[in-house]
Design a protein around this ligand. Sequence first.
Ligand code: NAD
Length: 296
Amino acid sequence: MIGRRLEGRVAVITGGAAGIGRATAERFLAEGAQVMIGDLNEAKGVALIERLTDEGHGGNVAFSRVDVSQEPDVVRLIDAATDRFGGLDIMFNNAGFGGAIGPITEMSVDHWDETFAVLVRSVFIGIKHSARAMIRQGGGGAIINTASIAGLAGGVPPMPYAASKTAVVGITKHAAVELAEHRIRVNAVCPGIIFTDLMHLGRPDEADAVRKVIQPWPDRGEPEHIASAVAYLASDDSIFVNGEAHVVDGGYLANGLLAVHPLFGGSRRPTHVGITRGTTGQRNDVQRLPPEASPR
Ligand code: NAD
């Protein structure tokens, strides 16, 4: 039974056209919020709004195509939320992709920069402009950033992704301290293995076989598991929770992060180099490495 803890609140969700963001948009709507979704994948965003409208949420949800790594796009997204719904109470900085892959010795600096722009700069920009809107409005707010258990421990590649998520945890803690005087809480959610297109890359059965080996909880992680944790962090039920990296992973981290991630078939040696752009609809740029370029 889902309560109506977010009645009358306005939320912005980035990466809300798919996966964890989409499940959170649905959860927020069910809890009474109005939701502005921002995503780079316009086709998925438009289709989602059509479905949610058919389901009766029409007046309470809208979509804007944004690239979260670009400050003007994020400003436009937040302005769209405040213009359309009259304020901003909740910001969920969630958009993400896999980013740069490959051995450090082969990785391009451009791919590193693109990864940090999408996964880290976006969170700084999202906090900056949502906090401005919340401070202007008065009355506080809740900001939630999607990190990962990959950001809390070593061992899970790709390295730039894991390093980005560590940075998200650091940003969360610093912002929580700085914004507390405005009654703006800032927390991170750290998902484990969650069955989205980004995680299983279209091979859910293969991913599930590996997941069963490394995750103690018997059931697989679904986007809805993260959505309910984010709804808690967005609501007054977590009113004294601030600067927290909230792990939602079925006990995977407690078990120690084994280097057998579903995406990498249990191998420590990278076999490819380049950048993967997740479910954005943008092109991947990945090449197979010659064996001598893949260090042991
Ligand atoms: P997903 O691919 O299903 O959804 C991510 C969404 O973000 C997509 O709709 C995509 O278009 C959007 N996006 C990507 N780059 C963007 C950009 N530059 N601007 C705007 N939108 C952009 O993936 P997901 O699994 O739901 O991932 C959501 C978040 O959760 C990501 O930050 C990811 O790193 C994190 N995460 C996922 C898992 C997992 O197992 N699925 C685990 C830990 C953390």
